[in-house]
Design a protein around this ligand. Structure first.
Ligand code: AMP
Ligand code: GLY
Length: 425
């Protein structure tokens, strides 16, 4: 039985504010720290301004502050092995270790597992030289998908409509636009609908942790540049029992088996980015964390104490935990800085936030915000997440839009069509 736990959440986005809010509702905690956090987490936790990539400094703070449990939000520290480092120093951490985190950190790592375990995914080729990639492309059908290996923060994926676009992509990747790229992946284009499928895993057993869909493109109708995510909704309209069992049997279970056969265990959230074609799932990518902004729609639906979920995972006791969910439809709209995902201004004051009257089913999760002298300023491209729960996605969307309009932040813009595939069909 856990009581009065001191928790440290690592990260600073909307996902981490949602985690922070959910954990603040637990009766089992006494204090939350958020490292480095944002203006939203500051209202619930103590923000700690440390570089989360400096593991030594992080460890010192965790030891000095007698932290009982660390929850890691973003992928970068996971892929760089923060869990291995902290665990070897006797800190309890929720999140996967370095080798299983390569499911997100290296696309070729994942594709090789897909090949070996027959996991449905787009047909692909892996190349190490520019000339070989271009030779292959000259004999390919278009559109085609070109990806840089390694973490590229949601970028580094090109959908090329013809050979000249494809050549440009290959040049940009090999010229180091996304950091040193030793390998490039060329993939068949899958023309279906995307779904985000989440599980939580304790290294022995796993539980489904809901579905969601997100909108990555900046403009309405899913047009324009890729972003970190303009909005999302949960649950996905695509999910059904047959599809769920195909996802588990053809994708999730073989992946966990592969990790086990490497002598590793997968602990934490696992996010499968899927393409669904005629009720058949194909794996596009894995992420070793919750999605952002999917997390902001999923956590408000969680009835079970999130601290119980994290503890059960760390203690390899997930089998005995029943994860319960609310039935409402949850939808998130991201309010962004004008100009995002290209150039935008920072440090623009956000008035009015405290005047908004939220009911129990409304949540505002901060992402790029900062507090200075009791005032809130923008501090990033994606600034605030407006989440609403109701009996229909349409009502949830209307409510979120109403709140954004009430805020009336002059430097902001947002997509009014989040969830259109499920609302307007
Ligand atoms: P990723 O960073 O791998 O999630 O890719 C970014 C986006 O590119 C995905 O969300 C998809 O919309 C798209 N994408 C990636 N791979 C494929 C594929 N093989 N076929 C179609 N679309 C893809
Ligand atoms: N929602 C996309 C991501 O978190 O990568």
């Amino acid at each position: 039985m856990y009581l009065y736990m001191i928790i440290c959440i690592i990260g600073s986005g909307g996902r981490e504010h949602a985690i922070c809010k959910t954990i603040s509702l637990s009766s089992k905690i006494s204090k939350i720290y958020c490292m480095p956090g944002n203006a939203g987490t500051q209202q619930l936790a103590e923000n700690i301004d440390l570089d989360i990539n400096n593991f030594k400094e992080v460890l010192k703070f965790l030891k000095d502050s007698k932290i009982d449990l660390v929850i890691v939000g973003p992928e970068k520290p996971l892929v760089n092995g923060i869990v291995d480092y902290l665990e070897s120093n006797n800190i309890k951490v929720f999140g996967p270790r370095k080798i299983p985190s390569q499911l997100e950190g290296s696309k070729t790592f994942t594709k090789n597992i897909c090949k070996k375990y027959n996991i449905p995914t787009a047909k692909f080729g892996i190349f190490e030289k520019k000339e070989n990639t271009i030779n292959f492309l000259e004999n390919s059908k278009f559109p085609i998908v070109i990806k840089a290996d390694g973490l590229a923060a949601g970028k580094g994926v090109y959908i090329s409509k013809n050979l000249s676009e494809a050549k440009e992509a290959v040049n940009e990747i090999f010229d180091g636009k996304f950091g040193l790229a030793k390998k490039i992946l060329v993939e068949e284009f899958l023309n279906g609908e995307e779904m985000s499928f989440f599980i939580v895993c304790d290294g022995k057993n796993f539980k489904i942790f809901k579905t969601a869909q997100d909108h990555k493109r900046v403009n309405e109708g899913d047009e324009g540049k890729n972003t970190g995510g303009m909005g999302s909704y949960s649950p996905s309209g695509l999910i059904n029992e047959i599809l769920e069992s195909k996802i588990i049997n053809k994708i999730i279970s073989p992946t966990l088996k592969a990790i086990e056969e490497m002598g590793e265990k997968y602990k934490g959230f696992l996010y499968a980015g899927l393409m669904i074609l005629d009720n058949e799932p194909f794996l596009i990518e894995y992420n070793v964390r919750m999605g952002d902004p999917e997390c902001q729609t999923i956590l408000p639906l969680l009835k079970t104490d999130l601290i119980d979920v994290c503890n059960a995972c760390c203690d390899e006791n997930l089998e005995n935990l029943n994860i319960e969910w609310r039935e409402e439809k949850s939808l998130c709209i991201v309010l962004c800085s004008r100009g995002y995902p290209e150039k935008f201004a920072n440090n623009v004051k956000i008035d009015n936030l405290n005047n908004l009257k939220l009911n129990n089913n409304d949540f505002i999760f901060h992402a790029g915000t900062k507090e200075k002298e009791n005032e809130i300023f923008s501090n990033g491209g994606r600034v605030l997440n407006f989440v609403s729960l109701s009996n229909s996605f349409k009502n949830s969307r209307e409510r979120a839009i109403k709140l954004i309009n009430q805020l009336n932040w002059k430097n902001g813009f947002f997509r009014k069509d989040i969830g259109y595939k499920i609302i307007d069909k």
